[in-house]
Design a protein around this ligand. Structure first.
Ligand code: FAD
Ligand code: SF4
Length: 331
């Protein structure tokens, strides 16, 4: 392991200045992903910049009715927040389906957005991996691909984004607020994470040194009927094979608006605008939901071991939309 320094940032400006002037610096928040990565030499930073004492923990109501989640709010604080439980239950349920209570107590909003793929080849440095070292190759494509992507992958990388929270945030049209050397900017959630393409080493569109300061949840009409359905090998403490965040806004039985996002199927939380467009104006019923599921999965390209995900995702979409049409709740 390389020697590295550890220090606490005294302010957002201090954190950003230090990270922007040293390409090998890393932020550490809850540390639940960073420390795992350091232990297997996935990351070898020159310095760890501890951001946990910065003023970024608050969950605040916005004048327009939305919410601002500070990047250092813990996963537990977000899932337990009364406004979130009432107005954005889809987000609370997604968070509570992940990890364990102990991990959620220290894991933060910003860190959850940036946790890296759980592709086993990525974590095992005995294997080559284009995400660790571009140009090395991707052993997952011809290897064990049970957990890997069926949508939006490339011949460089077939990894999936592991976060549950990300799927709910994609469905909620969240916005990520970041500060970098050039100042503040906001990134719509659907543009925050990337598909692998020819740059599988990049998970997001963050620039080097940029710090996530908050996630904004807009006030949206469909959020209360939100459903998060996570399918996994065990009922606890496992990452999603497939997950669905679905939310419907109904007038009678007619669909006025809808959001549909999938997890466990792509390098980023996968929104399906085509399926959403198809659903608007239709009657909320099983055949319609089935047709939407077919549309959402029509470009799926499974690997040797993960064709099961295509049918699993279709069934999960149908079930999540059915529960959402009944007002939401646990799917
Ligand atoms: C056993 C186990 C099971 C898990 N199961 C699940 C699960 O089922 N579902 C799920 O979604 N997650 C799961 N997780 C992942 C967990 O949710 C993440 O590790 C956690 O959310 C990361 O948050 P953190 O604050 O600890 O991030 P850290 O580990 O501190 O940081 C993660 C990354 O984010 C960067 N970073 C952190 N904060 C910022 C910021 N504000 N701005 C810029 N960069 C930042 C760090 O540099 C690092 O690259 C599991 C983790 C473990 C260990
Ligand atoms: S899928 Fe991506 S992360 Fe996994 S081995 Fe291939 S390049 Fe690496």
């Amino acid at each position: 392991m390389n020697n590295f320094t550890y220090s606490r940032a005294s302010s957002v400006t201090d954190a950003v200045q230090r990270a922007s002037s040293d390409r090998n610096a890393m932020f550490i928040a809850g540390g639940t992903n960073v420390v795992d990565r350091l232990k297997v030499f996935l990351d070898e930073p020159s310095q760890l910049i501890d951001i946990t004492r910065l003023e970024m923990k608050r969950i605040e109501k916005l004048p327009n009715g939305g919410l601002r989640l500070g990047a250092l709010a813990s996963n537990t604080a977000v899932a337990d927040n009364a406004d979130i439980r009432r107005d954005y239950p889809i987000l609370a349920r997604a968070i509570l389906s992940g990890a364990s209570q102990q991990i959620r107590n220290v894991a933060t909003v910003g860190g959850n957005l940036l946790q890296r793929t759980r592709c086993p080849y990525f974590y095992d440095t005995a294997f080559p991996c284009n995400k660790r070292q571009p140009g090395q190759g991707c052993p997952a494509i011809s290897g064990i691909s049970r957990m890997h992507a069926i949508l939006g992958a490339s011949d460089q990388c077939v990894a999936v984004n592991p976060s549950d929270m990300n799927v709910a945030l994609a469905a909620l049209d969240a916005v990520v607020e970041v500060v970098g050397a050039k100042g503040k900017r906001q990134i719509p959630f659907t543009e925050f994470h990337r598909l692998p393409g020819n740059t599988p080493e990049r998970d997001t569109n963050l620039e080097p040194g940029e710090l996530i300061t908050a996630v904004i949840l807009p006030a949206v009409s469909f959020a209360k009927s939100g459903v998060y359905l996570k399918l996994r090998d065990r009922t606890s403490y496992a990452f999603a094979l497939v997950s669905v965040a679905a939310a419907l806004d109904l007038k009678g039985d007619k669909i006025q608006d809808v959001r549909l996002a999938l997890g466990g199927v792509a390098h980023k939380p996968w929104r399906s605008p085509e399926a959403e467009k198809f659903l608007i104006g239709k009657t909320a019923e099983t055949t319609t939901f089935q047709q939407a599921a077919e549309i959402a999965l029509k470009s799926a390209q499974p690997l040797s071991h993960n064709a099961y995900k295509v049918e699993l995702a279709k069934r999960a979409i149908r079930r999540a939309l059915t529960v959402s049409a009944k007002g939401g709740g646990v799917a």
